[in-house]
Design a protein around this ligand. Structure first.
Ligand SMILES: CC(C)(COP(=O)(O)OP(=O)(O)OC[C@H]1O[C@@H](n2cnc3c(N)ncnc32)[C@H](O)[C@@H]1OP(=O)(O)O)[C@@H](O)C(=O)NCCC(=O)NCCS
Length: 145
């Protein structure tokens, strides 16, 4: 893992860089994942589990959002700048998110990945995650974005 990468909770000066990273990394995100609205919502719930990875010069190179609902932990928006991949940044972010969840008593982490995203599935498997035989269901609750 790269020693020069620091993983720490998000702070408001990170906003523009996070938005830029998410727009590059998740260009097909649905409207309810609008970056600034997502940031605002996450800051209202377990903001300490919104982590960023910083390289030398305070350059933002990655993000992860984690949350514990009292039963399971969830991971969202793990993203590493495409110029910085395969150098351990994603692993470092995930291990920090897992540690944050563990520290508040979370026994298990879940996450969702598009079934077609073989590379990201390979990444999570490399970290010890296993594919589980579940169907993913969702319901929009119709709140203002
Ligand atoms: C998935 C992602 C976060 C991985 O970040 P990363 O910093 O490159 O990951 P790491 O360097 O820590 O990789 C650790 C291991 O995972 C595996 N891995 C990582 N990327 C991989 C890929 N594209 N294909 C196959 N295996 C991969 C490898 O085993 C790797 O170890 P190695 O480089 O020594 O072979 C990054 O590719 C990304 O941001 N992808 C786009 C965003 C995304 O889809 N996020 C997930 C949404 S839930």
């Amino acid at each position: 893992m790269p020693d020069e990468i620091i993983v720490r909770p998000y702070t408001s000066p990170d906003e523009d860089a996070v938005v830029a990273l998410w727009e590059r990394t998740f260009p097909d995100d649905p409207p309810w994942n609008e970056p600034r609205a997502m940031i605002r919502r996450k800051l209202r719930v377990q903001p300490e589990l919104f982590l960023v990875a910083k390289a030398e010069g305070d350059r933002l190179v990655g993000t992860v959002l984690a949350g514990f609902d009292g039963v399971r932990g969830w991971i969202h928006h793990l993203a590493v700048d495409d110029r910085e991949r395969r150098a351990g940044v994603g692993t470092k972010l995930m291990r920090a998110a897992e540690e944050g969840l563990r520290s508040i008593g979370c026994p298990k982490v879940n996450l969702q990945v598009r079934a077609t995203n073989a590379e990201v599935i390979a990444f999570y498997r490399a970290l010890g995650y296993v594919l589980e035989d579940r169907a993913a269901l969702g319901l929009r609750l119709g709140i203002e974005i």
